[in-house]
Design a protein around this ligand. Sequence first.
Ligand code: SAH
Length: 192
Amino acid sequence: MTKERVTERAKALVREYVGKGDVVVDATVGNGYDTVFLAELVGVRSRTGSIAGKVIGFDVQEAAIVSASKRVPEGLRGIVDLHLVGHEEMGRVVTGPVRAVMFNLGYLPGGDHGFVTEPGTTVAGLEAALGVLGPGGLVTVVVYPGHEGGAEEAVAVEEWVGGLGGEGKVLVNERGGGGEGVPYLVAVELIG
Ligand code: SAH
């Protein structure tokens, strides 16, 4: 049996934590696949026609925000709030507690490689994620160590995981498991 793609493993975990009506964050909107996945997961229409649940998305690349907005099905657009802002600024944008934050690192395939995620802002984003999560909330990180600068970013994520102490419980850390350069999943639950 072929192994599920790493992004599918991240989604499977998110499905275990997130339900209808929840507020969640897509920290790296990119093409918007996770944004749509999250919107479908949390979006719920009441009998009065109003829709609950919220997806707050971040990306520093305008092209990503534009294409992701188009990808969101019309009926779910009202619950998706995309920001042309780095995820390291998450704490300024997100006010209430959220249930999950998804990171998909690296660069946008087919996009501008100049917008690759960087160790410093990634770690700042991960810290910010812990700050906006409610107790028992989930952070997933898909790490791409194969591209230029990716190995350094993987080390930075590993150091962040190692420094969590009692604040976070490491649910998954596939680092090293798939071989050199292979994308992998890291997931942390906020203790609280
Ligand atoms: N590597 C994945 C796609 C990752 S897309 C794959 O192969 O499918 C990563 C996205 O993060 C890009 O759209 C990029 O613009 C965005 N990004 C880079 N730095 C960021 C930051 N500081 N905050 C939010 N998004 C960022």
